[in-house]
Ligand binder design. Sequence first.
Ligand code: TXA
Ligand code: MG
Length: 350
Amino acid sequence: MMTEVITVDADRPDPAAIRRAAECLRSGGLVAFPTETVYGLGAHALDRRAVARLFDAKGRPATDPLIVHVAALADATALAAEVPTVARALALRFWPGPLTLVLPRAPVVPREVTAGLDTVAVRAPAHPVARALLGAVRLPIAAPSANLFSRPSPTQATHVLDDLDGRIEMLLDAGSTRLGVESTVLDLTQDPPVVLRPGAVTLEDLRAILPRVTSRAPAFAAGAAMPSPGLLSRHYAPRTPMTLYEGDATAVHRALLAAARDALAAGRRVGVLATDEQWPIVRELPVLIAELGSARDPSEVGARLYAALRELDAAGLDVILASDLPQTDGLWQALRDRLHRAAAQVVRVP
Ligand code: TXA
Ligand code: MG
């Protein structure tokens, strides 16, 4: 199979290109397209064969359910057995945008989409290309991130091609995605509602509408049982093993430097994932540095994170070193969650 790449304007995509992509989806094809978070790999959500092809193209286990993308709340109501008032309030406030709502599943949604669950995840993305595509196709579109299973999510069209070239029919290339971190997944079938995956819509944002909302213990939670390396719920991960240092900032810098020197002395090739603030510390060493932007600007770090991981991964290194981000509030939750999941090993420095 040849993957056709169509470059479109991120704000005003060519209607003819959108029509072709919509036609491809309607006939059971797989189309990668940008959302405001990451690139998604779309398939007609009510077409079992298209959905099966999607799992196959990604190498995704059938036990991991998909998010169904819709143009607006009215389309989501057709997929859910029940839409609670609070879901309407949340959609009104955050859609289109990076919030995924888990609702009771309506029978029309194939079980393959929800991995056999009685719930369905839905979201209305905000990216103009995604919106144009959903508007043209007039179908619910199942779309996981457009990467091979367990690799970092794609924030650029080249990332999609690196993973899926020849495995999908079409890719709409509209440049880099704005947020760079996947949507917040909020389960409204539990009381109180639970954030299953932190994302760009923060816990603080949600509390304005859901004062009792809670969060499933994030990957970096203090005191959370730390599985042994390799058993960690690895996801969003580079192939090169990444060691993440967490703890007091000064001690972390010292530990990271020592580890880099040891690895270099052993003849290993070292990459460092560094914020602008950490950069001067490692600059003197012969290591490859991928810059994350300022540790004071979570949106900059979010937009850079996956591209930086892929950059280091493509460089043929033996090891990647990173230090944890110190902040705990807002978007930092999501960023630290992804960083911890990407790590093969987390070292807590006293
Ligand atoms: O920003 C995003 O959400 C991107 C863009 C493309 O929209 N999509 C994305 O999809 O990240 P994916 O498949 O990579 O992640 C979907 C997440 C998974 O963690 C999955 O377990 C969860 O949503 N999920 C999907 N359906 C669910 C359900 N019914 N109950 C609980 N979790 C669900
Ligand atoms: Mg994914």
